[in-house]
Design a protein around this ligand. Structure first.
Ligand code: 6PG
Length: 246
């Protein structure tokens, strides 16, 4: 597994660089397999990336009809709720690029029960990959980093981190807001990806970044989820703003 680390002076520069890489991954996948399977990240850091991809200069950089959109995690709130990762992606990307709604695969959060949502979402994903027995390989999974070392909705020392026989599982709220139930990709599904792009920024992130990237301790956390992302046949790129590494 190859890991690159790129530092940027601003979130704006990070977002521009991230957009270039996403397009690279997309066009490589489309060339090789005719489709680009990508999982979006939630939170606030990816907004800038999504805005860049939505800009006029990017409309003709890729064949959007080949994109297939997934969500690495989602909060169990209505899709119109401001805490919804889908709602953020819809505003900053999906409403602004020509991706058909039938190519956007969201967890069925309306089902409310987290176990059921996770199971149904997993069934959708498996169905899209021919219900093969092997773990589906997404071309790209975008991930963020929480100050507690979480990524997607895999929170430190929580049961979801131990799930190895599923693609999608459910998670109780972590210590960071919003305190809502979630569904999340599992580590085995994340680690099956061809490419991982971590986008991390924020004054509260340096310790979490060091723990994730260098394996240093993070308070009393026994297992730092972001440090466990380790795709066996894929690569990881970290795009961070400079305050994380000073
Ligand atoms: C979520 C996100 C989460 C996010 C991190 C970083 O649903 O909460 O997927 O994993 O990526 O919390 O969030 P920021 O980008 O807002 O710092």
């Amino acid at each position: 597994m190859k890991t690159d680390l790129l530092r940027f002076v601003s979130l704006e520069e990070l977002s521009l660089a991230a957009a270039e890489r996403v397009i690279e991954y997309a066009n490589q996948a489309i060339k090789e397999r005719g489709v680009f399977n990508v999982a979006l990240a939630g939170g606030s850091t990816p907004r800038g990336l999504y805005d860049v991809l939505s800009s006029s200069g990017y409309q003709s950089k890729t064949d959007w009809s080949c994109w297939r959109i997934y969500f690495g995690d989602e909060r169990l709130v209505p899709l119109t709720d401001s805490r919804s990762n889908y709602a953020m992606a819809k505003e900053h990307l999906l409403d602004n690029v020509p991706i058909s709604g039938e190519h956007i695969y969201m967890p069925p959060v309306h089902l409310l029960d987290a176990r059921n949502v996770a199971m149904k979402y997993e069934r959708t994903i498996k169905g899209n990959f021919g219900n093969a027995s092997s773990i589906p390989r997404l071309d790209l999974i975008l991930l963020g980093l929480g100050s507690d070392g979480h990524t997607a909705s895999l929170f430190p020392d929580m049961p979801a981190l131990e799930v190895t026989d599923r693609l999608v599982t459910y998670s109780s709220p972590g210590v960071l807001p919003p305190p809502v139930e979630r569904v999340t990709f599992t580590l085995p599904f994340i680690n099956a990806a061809r490419h991982i792009l971590f986008l991390a920024s924020g004054e509260d992130k340096p310790e979490a970044f060091k723990a994730a990237y260098y394996g240093t301790p993070l308070g009393l956390v026994k297992r730092v989820p972001a440090s466990m992302v380790n795709p066996k046949d894929g690569d990881i790129r970290w795009l961070v703003t400079a305050e994380l590494t000073t």
